[in-house]
Write a protein that binds this ligand. Structure first.
Ligand SMILES: NC(=O)c1ccc[n+]([C@@H]2O[C@H](COP(=O)([O-])OP(=O)(O)OC[C@H]3O[C@@H](n4cnc5c(N)ncnc54)[C@H](O)[C@@H]3O)[C@@H](O)[C@H]2O)c1
Length: 362
């Protein structure tokens, strides 16, 4: 039996989802983990019976047994570690977002080309089983031409603090952290049209709301509310070359009555609601009909989607499948996200088709 020998870098919150998925995959041997904090790497190694631990990712990459790595570190190190891993001859699964800037994204893309190795961007939502089902309907033409998408992920109290709230390490707030998931998902389902312009707004009105009591929320492994340099919320309109458009709004802090997740796409033959759960709208015989696919997971199932993402990565490493989240898709998303931040900062629409020079720089 051919195994894939895995190293994991960054042993914080999301690493558990990767490790559970690797541990459940019979084609995987977990070889090493690495974290800046030795006790964190050690605890994970003990829990998953992983033989090697490191605090310097370069030492992990120097281990010849390791063929592929999961990068689960802060966003500011994704580019450096991805490039080093590719140059060391490892295949890479890099958590979203691919990196912070367009310049970094292009460097990673070049490293993929030069190394001939694989880089899969951690767009976990693409792997959700309801998305695979919907993709079949889309590919069969059941939705027709998809010309509009609407994505909203609202957290009223959801700034995870720590590095997430430090723009230097994260690259931004809810837009780059959770917006990336739903913008990518819509873009993927729309057939990856070329973005030509974006118009965006960001707001920093409420701060991280660390004053709120008696309400639990997601916190980074090293939660610290003392620093917050990211936006509370962002909204944007993205226009595509084929005339399609995407509207998005996302927040860490907002005076909303509830948290909510709503993602929909609309075509000229049918539409689909993706969040909170998959449902398709169309018409037949002059009658509007809603189709509710009878599937085990009609909504986004977090761990199941990670299991599927990692199953795909392992199959890609073994040459059994074609990477559905290539580096180019990471580059395109960083261009869109950075242009939204720039649009918000400059208070104008930013063109991505060449009219705005340096349009993609933050
Ligand atoms: N796909 C998803 O749904 C999802 C969900 C949460 C987080 N993420 C992504 O996963 C990554 C990590 O997020 P998290 O929530 O686990 O954060 P976290 O703070 O809980 O964990 C990050 C870990 O990385 C370690 N680290 C940072 N830089 C390092 C370096 N250079 N070398 C070794 N270790 C390093 C830190 O010490 C920490 O233990 C981020 O890129 C985030 O965007 C993805």
């Amino acid at each position: 039996m051919k195994y894939v020998h895995i190293g994991l870098i960054g042993c914080g919150s999301i690493s558990e989802s990767h490790l559970k998925a690797y541990a459940a995959n019979p084609l995987v041997k977990l070889v090493a983990v690495c974290d800046l904090k030795p006790e964190r790497a050690q605890a994970i190694a003990e829990r998953y019976q992983i033989p090697h631990t490191y605090t310097d990712y370069r030492e992990l990459l120097a281990n010849p047994e390791i063929e592929a790595v999961s990068i689960c570190t802060w966003n500011n190190s994704h580019a450096e570690i991805s490039i080093a891993a590719l140059q060391a001859g490892k295949n890479v699964l890099c958590e979203k977002p691919l990196c912070k800037t367009v310049e970094e994204a292009l460097e990673i893309e070049q490293a993929v080309r030069q190394s001939g190795k694989l880089l899969q961007v951690g767009y976990v939502r693409r792997h959700a089983s309801n998305i695979e089902v919907l993709k079949r309907f889309i590919d069969a033409g059941d939705l027709g031409e998809i010309y509009y998408a609407k994505a909203s992920l609202v957290r009223r109290l959801g700034n995870p603090g720590g590095w997430f709230a430090d723009r230097e390490r994260s690259g931004g707030g809810p837009l780059i952290d959770i917006g990336v998931h739903v913008i990518d998902l819509c873009w993927y389902l729309m057939g990856k049209p070329k973005a030509v312009s974006v118009s965006g707004n960001t707001y920093s009105k409420l701060g991280n709301r660390s004053n709120i009591e008696n309400y639990d929320f997601y916190q980074a492994a090293d939660y610290d509310a003392s620093k917050n340099t990211v936006e509370d919320m962002a909204n944007a309109l993205v226009r595509f070359e084929n005339g399609a458009s995407l509207m998005v709004d996302v927040s860490f802090s907002l005076h909303a009555r509830t948290d909510s997740a709503q993602v929909s796409i609309f075509g000229d033959r049918g539409g689909a609601e993706i969040e909170p759960k998959l449902s398709i709208a169309t018409e037949q015989h002059n009658t509007i009909i809603n189709i509710d696919p009878q599937i085990t997971r009609p909504g986004f199932d977090f761990q199941d989607s990670f299991n599927r993402e990692i199953h795909h990565f392992v199959d890609n490493c073994l040459g059994k499948s074609q990477n559905i989240c290539p580096v180019e898709d990471g580059v395109e998303m960083i261009k869109i996200l950075n242009a939204i931040y720039r649009s918000a900062a400059e208070g104008r629409e930013i063109r991505l088709d060449g009219e705005d020079t340096n349009a993609t720089e933050q």
